[in-house]
Design a protein around this ligand. Structure first.
Ligand SMILES: NC(=O)c1ccc[n+]([C@@H]2O[C@H](COP(=O)([O-])OP(=O)(O)OC[C@H]3O[C@@H](n4cnc5c(N)ncnc54)[C@H](O)[C@@H]3O)[C@@H](O)[C@H]2O)c1
Ligand SMILES: [Zn+2]
Length: 337
């Protein structure tokens, strides 16, 4: 079988390798699709070389079918369509208070251990979720980032009729906007990139450039003067973080989805004055995967539109080069078989 290997220095090789027989508690997958995510691009840029054991197969947004079942695994049959929830919490302790998905010893499969950009991938059975019948495995490959969005909207406790502002219209911001809209929120999306703004509009969102449009005035206009009920920070931009407290109504909520490598300024006076709340939201829990799969099966979200390219495994190098050159494309999938 063929597997790709990240070699460092913006380079992938594609090589023959033996399939890995599943050990006890493991399942070997025949990979279908594996999406390229922002984190994979960070790896490609060398920003995570300290964490990735090179040469290494990366990739964690996978859809697949079950090819071989290890000892002691129940509930799966050969040929079952599955997606992978790439979190290995086997190092969890009591001190993690049951929060398995963000336990201190969490290993992210596809970064800290081999990933899905290969024809055949052996994983622990506990990371698998069955894909409902009739779902295209291409769309199912969006389950991982969609589950991020489901987690964010769930922790944000979005209610029908609320005004939600999504700062950042990348793949994650768009999915948060779609899931918030499915929960009944009125969504305003803020984005700087013109192509991404157009894309968000093509999905039916009111999408604005916060440098050109007075976002606060827009929020007030759409809420009878109150301001937004909830802001999702999905841009990772200092300016966006600085603006989020202004946009909110009294007792408004913030959900921080973006990863900030450095501390940024937030207006704490506003927290006191308006009794605001802020939550972090990291990855997903099993129920977010189930919700994402239900949304995919329902077919009501325009998820196919987010797939802006599909590239065969043999051309993984050009897929990364292409994404690097066109940072406003949304989701490129590697077709693994
Ligand atoms: N919480 C989690 O578990 C989780 C999971 C996946 C990704 N993330 C993080 O979520 C963030 C978004 O991911 P992505 O893949 O969509 O990233 P992305 O970089 O593709 O998207 C970010 C978008 O924000 C836009 N932006 C920049 N400055 C802005 C501003 N001032 N106002 C509005 N928009 C602005 C950019 O133009 C870009 O389109 C990243 O920080 C990523 O690391 C978090
Ligand atoms: Zn990802």
């Amino acid at each position: 079988m063929k597997a790709s290997f990240y070699q460092g220095n913006k380079t992938f090789s594609v090589e023959e390798r033996d399939e890995q027989k599943p050990g006890p508690g493991e399942v070997r997958l025949k990979m279908a699709y594996c999406g390229i995510c922002g984190t994979d691009l960070h790896i490609y840029h060398g920003a995570m070389d300290a964490r990735v054991a090179m040469p290494e197969t990366i990739g964690h947004e996978a859809s697949a079918t079950v090819a071989e079942i290890g000892e002691g695994v129940s509930g799966f049959e050969i040929g079952d369509a599955v997606v992978v929830r790439p979190l290995d919490n086997r190092a969890e302790t009591e001190a993690d208070r049951g929060h398995s998905h963000i336990c201190k010893g969490l290993k992210f499969i596809g970064i800290d251990s081999p990933g899905g950009f290969q024809e055949s991938w052996t994983v622990p059975a506990f990371v698998l979720h069955k894909v409902p019948a009739g779902v295209d495995l291409k769309v199912a490959a969006l389950c991982e980032p969609l589950a991020v969005a489901c987690h964010d909207v769930r922790l944000g406790e979005v209610k029908a009729g609320e005004l939600a502002v999504v700062l950042g219209g990348g793949p994650i911001g768009l999915l948060v906007a779609l899931v918030a809209r499915a929960a009944g929120a009125n969504v305003i999306l803020a984005e700087l990139n013109a192509t991404r703004l157009d894309f968000a509009r093509s999905l039916g969102f009111e999408a604005v450039n916060p440098v050109e449009t007075d976002l606060l005035a827009l929020c007030q206009e759409q809420s009878g003067g109150s301001g937004a009920d909830i802001v999702f920070e999905v841009s990772g931009a200092k300016a966006a973080a600085a603006s989020m407290t202004d946009l909110l109504a009294i007792r408004g909520r913030i959900v921080v989805v973006a990863i900030y490598p450095q501390p940024v300024e937030i207006n704490l006076f506003q927290f006191f004055w308006k009794e605001l709340q802020m939550k972090g939201a990291r990855v997903y829990e099993p129920e977010d995967y189930e919700r994402a799969l239900a949304l995919i099966a329902e077919g009501s979200l325009p998820l196919e539109k987010l797939i802006t390219g599909t590239v065969p495994l043999a051309d993984i190098q050009s897929a990364f080069e292409g994404l690097d050159a066109a940072p406003d494309s949304i989701k490129v999938l590697i077709q693994c078989n």
